[in-house]
Design a protein around this ligand. Structure first.
Ligand SMILES: Cc1cn([C@H]2C[C@H](O)[C@@H](COP(=O)(O)OP(=O)(O)OP(=O)(O)O)O2)c(=O)[nH]c1=O
Length: 190
């Protein structure tokens, strides 16, 4: 049985999209990048921490596999997590305006058979955003709870001029890489 160690509705939606049955686990993991930790290593560590915390919370009866994932926006080696308020959201969007940033998504599966990960890095180019556009977007409330203060699956799609990489990865769970892992763990057929 697959357990999703995530509160993200996007991750639930993407797993449902590929027809996988799963249960949701609540885990609480600190998201704090260490000094000298690369953005890629940071995202991977947090995703792994989520999966391990989920695994630790279960009694391991039966064939249990836990999925943890993390997604962050990276610009100039700076990691943009979820904005804490409207000012922080507007500041992130100002920084992303007219530039190309990376979205790193890492997924870990933890089970009795061991631990494995998959990852993807997408490049997203934002249109030039003026202040009224930023203010109107923040006022929709959509930036909250989203890394980089936007949602490509929502109104935020209007800000994205170009995407190279994985749409589902930007949304929070790279489906291709996730499916490959789920096959290896016997959750979906080969
Ligand atoms: C860039 C981008 C991010 N996001 C979301 C996906 C993730 O939910 C969130 C990044 O935060 P995460 O810390 O990866 O995930 P989370 O806090 O939502 O959920 P949990 O830790 O319980 O697994 O940003 C979008 O929905 N659309 C986007 O376009």
């Amino acid at each position: 049985m697959l357990h999703l160690a995530s509160q993200s509705p996007r991750r639930r939606q993407l797993l449902e999209q590929i027809g996988v049955a799963f249960a949701v686990l609540q885990v609480d993991v600190a998201e704090q990048r260490a000094a000298n930790e690369s953005p890629r290593d940071y995202v991977s560590r947090v995703a792994c921490d989520k999966a391990r915390a989920g695994w630790a919370s279960l009694d391991h009866a039966g064939d249990v596999v836990v999925l943890g994932a993390d997604t962050e926006v990276v610009l100039d080696d700076e990691v943009f997590g979820k904005p804490r308020d409207a000012d922080a959201a507007a500041a992130m969007l100002r920084r992303l305006s007219g530039r190309t940033h990376a979205v790193i998504s890492v997924v870990w599966l933890v089970g009795a058979a061991g631990e494995q990960c998959g990852s993807c890095v997408s490049q997203v180019r934002f249109a030039q955003l003026d202040e009224p556009t930023i203010a109107a977007y923040v006022a929709t409330g959509e930036p909250f709870g989203k890394a980089g203060a936007y949602a490509i699956q929502g109104r935020g799609a209007m800000l994205v001029e170009h995407l190279q990489g994985s749409y589902s990865g930007v949304m929070g769970l790279p489906v291709f890489e996730t499916a490959r892992l789920l096959r290896r763990f016997g959750i979906i057929p080969p």
